[in-house]
Design a protein around this ligand. Sequence first.
Ligand code: NAD
Length: 485
Amino acid sequence: MEYLNYIDGKWVKSASKEVFDSLNPATEQSIGKFQKSKREDVLRAISAANAAFPAWRDMPAPKRAEYLWKIKELLVKDKEKLARLEVKEMGKIISEARGDVQEAIDVFEYMAGEGRRLFGHTAKSELPNKFAMTIRNPVGVVGLITPWNFPIAIPAWKIAPALVCGNTIVFKPSSDTPLCAIALAQIIEKAGVPKGVFNLVTGSGADVGGEIIRNKDVLGISFTGSKTTGEMILKTAGIKKVGLELGGKNAIIINEDANLHIAVDGVLWGAFGTTGQRCTATSRVIVHEKVKKKFESMLLERVKKLKLGDGMKADVGPLINKAAVEKSQRYAQIGQQEGAKLLYGGEAKKIKGKGFFFEPTIFTDCKSSMRICQQEIFGPVLSIISVKDMEEAIKIANDVEYGLSSAIYTESMKAAFDAINKIESGITYINSSTIGAEVHLPFGGVKGTGNGTREAGIQGIEEFSETKTVYFDYSGRLQKAQGID
Ligand code: NAD
């Protein structure tokens, strides 16, 4: 079946008339054909978003929020259908796919509430008979560019705050998961969001994404994806409001006093959940040398039981595509070449001759300088590094270019607070894995993970609004600040 772009409230073909396929990563079968859009299509979408902007901006925010609430209700109704679609298109296992849709539900619910807040603040003026305050205005037309690993949740994290703040949208999803994006767009259409407010254009990063980034009528860009693409966007976009949510090389620290049972649970979930394809995935374990052996044997016992296969019936699903399998394979070789010890896995797999599967893979006796400990693999590959104390552990945790998530398993309050205060990351978990963000708290990272924006929570509003400072002088004469006569 051929799927279309959604522009100005209509489902339309791209001007190029060309299409591309999206594959089920477990079976390698096409699940549909999608518009290979070009610059012309993006220009149509931007023009529709521009035309729709004034009315959407002027609509009272609580009224805009009613659309978000409706979207939330439709997501609840279609939750199972959408989750099954995610398994088919993205490959994650069904329980996680349900979680992904739930995250979208949660964020629409949370941001609908923002319709009745969107707080600014008031301040006393330094002059008599003068009042000062800040208000939030929308940015304008915003471009949203998303990856494939949370094909419904990540778009929702951007669409919900963008809409409630009064922006209009041109959305470009990943070409690996266009059908999930279309399913979300159908819900937005069904909720009655006025035409032109939300537009969806599928196609390549260079053609569709490139025009969104460069176009002078797009005043804000919200991007989630790799560091390489993010850096390019920042250079190309020029003076726009740009939010970047990029990669991670997240570590779990295990102290000598840790409860190893919950630590093993956390490592398994962090490293092999979503087949390691989360920006917050655990790709390094930094373990105290006194408990390393015991931890490794407990981990091995558990990893052997993980069943690889189609997301409807397995513990670990496929990787997103062939290139991702090749990448994990390459790093499995690099790890061995650089002297790490392969403890488990390391091989690509097929099931009934098909699928982009890769075994959960564990390296031990790693050094922090090894490429498997430095570079984002975005697959089920975990590296274990042992340390003599927590000071060394934190130093190693920080010895990477990224700074998204981190975790420590310990019973010591000092070790926990040292981790909270000294690990360079946007998120730190104590006695829990590196994954598990909740939508009412800010999400994002430091260093190479981003440029300082946060998504979700109250900070999610910052990315999609501009602060206006208002001075209201009711003195009836010219008053000058800073004591000027
Ligand atoms: P990617 O950078 O390859 O692609 C992301 C999006 O950018 C896609 O829609 C793609 O088509 C588009 N794109 C690619 N080239 C472009 C260009 N030249 N101009 C404009 N747009 C372009 O990333 P990916 O492989 O889809 O996703 C995986 C990456 O995303 C990982 O690095 C992961 O850590 C990161 N990620 C980060 C977060 C976070 O919140 N920090 C969340 C999920 C994923």
